[in-house]
Design a protein around this ligand. Structure first.
Ligand SMILES: [Fe+2]
Ligand SMILES: [Fe+2]
Length: 378
């Protein structure tokens, strides 16, 4: 079977589209057409099904008014079946004699929008056509909104992919931060799961971990690549990266939930962090998740200028942050979460499991990863 209608654009002007009247009685076609033309519609007429099919192929038709019985061997139900088979998005109004209501009901079952019993007042015809056109407008509007939404999501997805690529660039451009963001992302997801986050929130903190240092795109390579501790001036420049990252994300509405993790992953419980010197409950939990993952990654990763911190020492370091820089309960939850996670082990090497809190003896507390004296790799 050949294609019944030419594919139409969703954006086409409805006013340019036509209404097709199919009836073998010329008098009825004329009356119906005249009435609709007076209302400003463009009307096409077909005395039989072959002509109707040809007009549907040649013209952009919005609504079909079709007689149920169109001469010998021709039936409006056939047209309905053809339209349904080809998934043509058209509203069909069936015109039928009063005595043929069962056939009209059958037409509704086959996809007709409505039926009119002859003879019908012209007002009833106008109202039925108006309803069909309004329905059509709403469908087109819904489809247009769907297309726009899909495009917006695709654009945002592309942008997200672009930012992740940029995070890869940051990881790759400095030999000291290789895979830092990737590992922070995995640790943040693990931590989120341990905190009972749903999959969407776990995904959010994982992406926050991936992008947390995106602002380092604005940090000079000489500082990023410096193997030893930073000077006060260099550290001041390094401290700008959460703000730069936040400003990068600010115009992207869809990524607004990531901004606290990017901007505040170097804040501290005691209000001595940066850039905004937030304290305690001012810092959202997602930012803590990324901060802890970032801290852990920084001390347990292999760097060209030092070995990863041994596990027991790393645990002591993190516990040393508890209560002053990081909420105590989050530290313990994190340590529990990474107990059996190979990705959390220093440089990924197998070693002894994380000791429970009670078994951990006093340990020296090194400077916070967010304090002066830190390297560029946190
Ligand atoms: Fe950072
Ligand atoms: Fe970091």
């Amino acid at each position: 079977m050949s294609t019944l209608v030419t594919p139409r654009s969703d954006w086409q002007d409805l006013e340019r589209s036509a209404i097709l009247v199919v009836d073998d009685e010329a008098g009825i076609r004329e009356v119906v057409s005249r009435c609709l033309e007076l209302d400003g519609h463009r009307v096409l007429q077909a005395p039989d099904l072959p002509t109707a099919r040809e007009l549907l192929r040649q013209h952009d038709v919005l609504v079909v008014l079709c007689d149920l019985t169109i001469g010998p061997g021709q039936n409006g139900l056939d047209l309905l079946s053809e339209l349904a088979e080809q998934r043509v998005d058209l509203d069909v109004l069936i015109m039928t004699a009063n005595s043929d209501v069962p056939s009209a009901v059958e037409a509704l079952k086959r996809g007709a929008y409505d039926y009119l019993c002859k003879p019908f007042p012209l007002e009833v015809l106008r109202a039925a056509v108006s309803r069909a056109l309004e329905r059509r407008r709403l469908r087109l509007k819904a489809r247009m909104l769907e297309v726009l939404e899909n495009r917006r999501l695709a654009d945002e997805e592309n942008l997200e992919q672009f930012l992740v690529s940029m995070a890869n660039v940051i990881d790759a451009k400095s030999r000291f931060t290789a895979k830092h963001s990737l590992r922070v992302s995995e640790l943040a997801r693990l931590f989120g799961e341990a905190l009972g986050y749903d999959p969407g929130r776990c995904e959010l903190v994982a992406l926050g971990g991936r992008l947390h240092d995106i602002g380092k795109l604005g940090t000079p390579d000489a500082i990023l690549d410096k193997p030893g501790p930073l000077t006060r001036e260099e550290f001041a420049i390094m401290q700008l990266h959460p703000v730069i990252g936040d400003e990068l994300l600010a115009p992207i509405k869809n990524l607004a939930a990531l901004r606290p993790m990017v901007r505040w992953h170097h804040e501290s419980l005691d209000g001595q962090g940066y850039p905004d010197r937030l304290a305690g409950h001012e810092i959202p939990e997602e930012a803590w998740v990324v901060k802890v993952a970032d801290y852990w990654e920084a001390i347990t990763a292999m760097r060209p200028y030092r070995d990863p911190m041994p596990l027991e020492k790393a645990v002591s370091c993190l516990r040393g942050e508890a209560g002053t820089h990081i909420p105590r309960e989050l530290v313990e939850t994190f340590l529990t979460a990474i107990q059996h996670a190979p990705l959390a082990l220093p440089s990924g090497r197998a070693t002894t499991p994380v000791a429970p809190a009670a078994a951990a003896g006093p340990a020296p507390i090194p400077p916070s990863a967010g304090s002066a004296g830190a390297t560029a790799a946190s």
